[in-house]
Design a protein around this ligand. Structure first.
Ligand SMILES: O=C(O)c1cc(=O)[nH]c(=O)n1[C@@H]1O[C@H](COP(=O)(O)O)[C@@H](O)[C@H]1O
Length: 238
């Protein structure tokens, strides 16, 4: 059976990569009802962001905690249990078998969905080679998705340029979440494997993670609405 389709508004996840809770509160206030799903990673998480996550959840928003866990199984399972108790909707782990198994065990019966990060969107073949991996990006992503599927992971984080092959390998069950999304003309920054919101959805992504093109925009709400309009256009032509 395939996973239920996400609510259209939940397809855009805004990465609150900001240095303080005050800065995050101000962006969230400007985005208002436009955005329903937020991601909190290292920068905000290590600056009081977990308390802010609780507030967002209390206000009816969905929260993705992105700490990309990778440690011994016991530590991962217990960390994930704490994220489940927080009420997070998504959490990331690196796509190593012990780590993925521990995370799936740690979430217990909670609705938290565990996403396995395959190969970071800032990596290309040369970066993997430099880090000592034998395979290129495509073969490493394929291997990790196969392992994740075997373990029964809830979802995959991958580049939008990998989404079509990931969907084919993952099957219909399992969410595909793609960062590395750049509207036409937006600066890539440190991202190497990117696509537009339209292309990412057409390639099979369920959720798009967008940070700087929205939070660093002079008008974050207009930037978010533009991404949502592209998502809607891509869904209408799928
Ligand atoms: O797990 C993630 O969300 C993630 C995985 C990945 O491969 N690449 C990636 O960029 N991300 C996150 O997605 C967000 C992208 O932000 P922008 O590049 O500003 O849109 C950041 O918060 C990253 O931490």
């Amino acid at each position: 059976m395939s996973a239920p389709l996400p609510d259209p508004r939940d397809r855009l996840i805004v990465a609150l990569d900001l240095a303080s809770v005050g800065a995050a509160e101000s962006v969230v206030a400007r985005l208002g009802d436009t955005v329903s799903f937020y991601k909190i990673g290292y920068e905000l998480g290590f600056a009081g962001g977990l308390g802010f996550a609780r507030e967002l959840i209390g206000d009816g928003k969905k929260v993705f905690i992105d700490f990309k866990l990778h440690d011994i199984g016991n530590t991962v399972a217990r960390g994930v249990a704490s994220l489940a108790a927080l009420g997070a909707s998504f959490a990331t782990v690196h796509a190593y078998p012990q780590t993925m198994r521990a995370a799936m065990e740690g979430k217990g019966a909670s609705p938290l969905r565990i996403l396995a990060v395959t190969v970071l969107t800032s990596y290309d073949d040369a970066d993997l080679d430099e880090a000592g991996y034998r395979g290129d990006v495509a073969s490493t992503v394929a291997r990790r998705v196969a392992l994740a599927r075997e373990i029964g992971i809830d979802g995959i984080v991958c580049a939008p340029t990998d989404a079509a092959s990931v969907r084919a390998a993952l099957g219909a069950k399992g969410a595909i979440v793609t960062p590395g999304v750049r509207p036409d003309g937006a600066a890539a920054g440190d991202q190497k494997r990117i696509a537009t919101p339209f292309a990412a959805i057409r390639a099979g992504a369920d959720h798009l993670v967008v940070g700087r093109p929205i939070v660093a925009s002079p008008d974050p709400a207009a930037a978010a609405r533009a991404v949502q309009a592209e998502i809607a256009r891509a869904l209408a032509t799928s």
